[in-house]
Write a protein that binds this ligand. Structure first.
Ligand SMILES: *Cc1c(COP(=O)(O)O)cnc(C)c1O
Length: 374
């Protein structure tokens, strides 16, 4: 099956013995044992396995060209499980512009637990090579990154990691598997916040970890054990909703790509805007690598306005259609003065605005932008 067909059909027959075209929601937390007692692998208790979660996991794994997926109650819970496959004393390389919630998880939980970290400019291959140590076990990739949309060469970093006995985990939340499939670029794990494009409507929180076809290292088995043991699993209702939204993911993503491409061109030529960060623009410093490893450039754009904090806040306040909100991936466009939502430790420029381009008509978005910028 091709991607669009998989998005609609994959997983619907998993643990669904009934002829339902749309699988039901299984709220029961317990499942009856056979008369001979419980068999290993049978449904038993919902934290361990639930039909809605199994379907969602099958679906996400299939769309990432992977084999195995573990779904979580949030993206950060999924990241926690990845770090917990390591042991205190292990060393991890993180991008210095990693998603702020994952940075916080590292600083407040994983470092006190005993993991060692270095935060580096991950898009620079020489810096990555120099930072690898004997105990480096994991290299974390997020591309395009937040909020400057830096591009890391997934295959080059993964190959480098493997030469040194380490693995890579790619946070693929921004591009989604429609635009980028890290497992086909030699990455070992893929992470998602399904809160974003998979959910697509800003009304569900969720996460996922996906592994490749061969699990020789037992990595995904470990992630799955942690999923069950730490218990940060999504509810059957949320799994059902993410599965439902995923059916339109390829077409939504195409719309996000198209609208963002239009807006990036508009920003590029606007007199009030100094610089635009969008990997689809030829002027972007990661454009060549993005062209090689992405099928579309996504719905996220950042830009620097001619001015400072107050001017940026004024522009964001001046829109009528685009909501002032953080997060991303919804059908509605949102934008924000990124620095103020990242908090006091942020190093994001004061004149930076980040926009999640939604699926409204592009002319309406352009008119709204023009109004706000003036
Ligand atoms: C939102 C986000 C996360 C965290 O996901 P939650 O669902 O909010 O826990 C991780 N990585 C990226 C790139 C994100 O945008």
């Amino acid at each position: 099956m091709r991607f669009e067909t998989k998005a609609i059909h994959s997983g619907t027959d998993v643990a669904n013995p009934n002829p339902d075209v749309v699988p039901p929601i299984h709220r029961s937390t317990v499942f009856e044992h056979s008369k001979e007692g419980h068999h290993e692998g049978d449904l038993n208790y919902t934290r361990v396995a639930n039909p809605n979660r199994l379907r969602l996991e099958h679906l996400i794994a299939d769309l990432e060209d992977g084999q195995s997926c573990a779904a979580f109650s949030s993206g950060v819970a999924a990241a926690t499980a990845v770090f917990k496959t390591l042991r205190p004393g292990d060393h991890v390389l993180m991008p210095d512009d990693v998603y702020s919630g994952n940075g916080r998880l590292v600083n407040e939980v994983m470092i006190p637990w005993g993991l060692e970290f270095d935060f580096i400019p991950m898009a620079d291959l020489d810096e990555v090579e120099q930072a690898i140590q004997e105990n480096t076990k994991l290299i974390w990739i997020e591309t395009p990154s937040n909020p400057l949309l830096n591009i890391t060469d997934i295959k080059a970093v993964s190959d480098l990691a493997h030469e040194h006995g380490a693995i890579t985990c790619v946070d693929n939340t921004w591009p989604s598997p429609v635009n980028q499939k890290p497992l086909n670029l030699n990455a070992d794990l893929v992470l998602h916040s399904t809160t974003k494009y998979f959910g697509g409507h800003s009304d569900i929180l969720g996460g996922a970890v996906v592994g490749p076809n061969s699990d020789e290292s037992g990595l995904m088995e470990q992630v799955r054990n942690l999923q069950i043991t730490m218990g940060a699993v999504p509810s059957p209702q949320d799994c059902w909703l993410v599965s439902r939204s995923t059916r339109t993911l390829p077409y939504r993503m195409r719309g996000h790509n198209e609208n963002a491409g239009r807006l990036a061109e508009f920003f590029k030529d606007h007199p009030r805007i100094d610089q635009v960060f969008y990997p689809g623009l030829e002027s972007h410093n990661g454009h060549e690598i993005a062209k090689k490893q992405m099928d579309g450039y996504g719905g996220m754009i950042s830009f620097l306005i001619d001015g400072g904090r107050n001017e940026a806040l004024n522009i964001v306040a001046g829109s009528q259609i685009i909501s002032r909100a953080t997060s991303l991936g919804g059908v509605e466009s949102t934008w924000e003065h990124r620095r103020s939502s990242e908090g006091p430790d942020s190093t994001t420029p004061q004149n930076l605005i980040r926009i999640s381009v939604g699926l409204e008509h592009p002319e309406d978005l352009l008119e709204d932008m023009e109004r706000a910028l003036n």
